[in-house]
Write a protein that binds this ligand. Structure first.
Ligand code: ASP
Length: 450
């Protein structure tokens, strides 16, 4: 859904789903692989076990993971992969294992071979996203592609550095998101999209999985780092969510940097607003006072594509050395939003959730209205709590939101430190980092982070 037309409801999903080449099926005992799926499979575990779209990609690995309940605690990382050749043999078994075939319209996202990652005694892990949407190879120039990858790596390395030196999952999430909030490529902080009135109104949330504390802000206009404001709400107020001028005032009272609203202005997003309002026959607001002239305009080769159908929200999930999970998300929302619209990002349980008890941390990006209605982030944790892997839970929940009509994606961290991604879009800026392995990033849905 384009940022500039997301006020229009997405078309209702059709009964016939495209064939993503995935295998779908309820998994029971499947011969010698039964130990992976030996318990009765709840419906959400009838998920897609990937044969990638074009069957026969040589040497490709598909991760099959123990369910979290089977996993050891954060001190160990259990993982396995099986060669695609093995999966071919498995496919017939999957189909014959049960008569019930569940269609899940979310294609499996290729996962890197993580077997060389962390040593067992250094189990931190970090992953993030920079928005999901219709992002195709043809829609990004080489400069844009490179700029996004570099930005993702910078943020990943910042989060990873915090965790490497023993910092908290919360600190890692905040560090990476602040970097992305400062980067105009992303729809968060500086570079956020505009409301129909020509303002940047910023939303963010953070959650500490260790104690289930959470903080959220909506409609900020002067706080440079909304994610820091969300954390201040969590740690320095008795509340969970603050909005509007009061939220900015609270952030200022805790010492967080305040900026002129024009700080968030970028030419690129202003052009996006003009396009969106013209399409909707809405009046163009006056250019904001103090808005800088030029800067990341249409002719800037690394600026976000003007017609890009992406969301651009940023989010991060982390597992630290103490086994604590955390999640955070930050966004400017949707281009041309009106009437104080707030999306899923600051709604705890919709766009952001973390729970050590449930074994997951989630940050979402997508059609906020639908992600709220589907309770995406909370539901993913509900699924992991009852035995789903993070990957299966992510795919099933993104599929659920898709069935309501909402496109988007999620990044999930399991208590085992294995990141999971799922999306119902053609791309999501994303990446991960872990001990012993440098930052790996991916943009397109069929791409393995590398
Ligand atoms: N989920 C965000 C919102 O609805 C948009 C995004 O992900 O970019 O506000």
């Amino acid at each position: 859904m384009p940022a500039d037309s997301r006020m229009t409801p997405a078309p209702a999903p059709t009964a016939a789903r495209p064939d993503h080449g995935g295998l779908s099926g309820r998994i029971g005992r499947i011969g010698r692989f039964g130990r992976y799926f030996s318990r009765p499979a709840p419906s959400d575990r009838a998920g897609t076990i990937g044969l990638p779209g074009q069957a026969g990609l040589p040497g490709r690995r598909v991760q099959l993971s123990f369910a979290p309940a089977d996993r050891p605690g954060p001190g160990r990382r259990a993982r396995t992969g099986i060669a695609l050749a093995g999966l071919f043999g498995l496919s017939g078994l999957l189909f014959s294992a049960s008569g019930a075939i569940a269609q899940i319209p979310v294609a499996p996202v290729p996962a890197p071979d993580r077997t060389q990652d962390a040593a067992p005694d250094t189990p931190w892990s970090f992953a993030l996203h920079g928005g999901a949407g219709v992002i195709e190879r043809a829609s990004l120039s080489p400069e844009q592609d490179a700029a996004y990858r570099a930005a993702l790596k910078t943020a990943l390395e910042a989060g990873g550095a915090v965790l490497e030196r023993g910092g908290s999952a919360l600190d890692a999430v905040q560090a990476a998101i602040e970097i992305m909030e400062d980067n105009p490529l992303f729809n968060a902080g500086r570079g956020a999209v505009f409301t129909a009135e020509g303002r940047n109104e910023l939303d963010a949330a953070v959650m500490n999985g260790a104690d289930l504390t959470a903080g959220a802000v909506a409609g900020l206009t002067t706080t440079r780092h909304p994610i820091a404001a969300a954390r201040a709400v969590m740690e320095q107020s008795p509340h969970v969510m603050l909005i509007g001028p009061g939220a900015d005032a609270f952030a200022a009272s805790t010492g967080l940097e305040q900026v002129d609203p024009a700080y968030f202005f970028t030419e690129r997003r202003w052009q996006g607003l003009e396009t969106a309002l013209r399409q909707q026959n809405l009046p163009l607001p006056a250019r904001p006072a103090g808005a800088p002239a030029g800067g990341m305009a249409a002719n800037d080769p690394s600026a976000p594509p003007l017609n890009e159908r992406k969301f651009g929200t940023v989010g991060a999930v982390a597992l630290d050395r103490q086994g604590r999970l955390a999640a955070g998300t930050s966004t400017g929302g949707m281009t041309g939003k009106r009437w104080g619209r707030v999306g899923d990002v600051p709604v705890i349980g919709a766009g952001t959730y973390a729970s050590n008890r449930d074994g997951c941390a989630v940050s979402a990006t997508g059609d906020g209205e639908y992600y709220i209605r589907a309770s995406v982030a909370r539901d993913i944790c509900g699924r992991t709590a009852t035995g789903s892997t993070a990957q299966t839970a992510a795919e099933a929940e993104v599929a659920d939101a898709d069935q309501l009509g909402g496109k988007g994606g999620v990044v999930v961290m399991g208590r085992d430190g294995l990141p999971a991604y799922a999306m119902s879009t053609s791309g999501m800026y994303r990446g991960e980092i872990a001990p012993g392995h440098p930052a790996r990033v991916a943009i397109y849905a069929d791409e393995t982070p590398q």
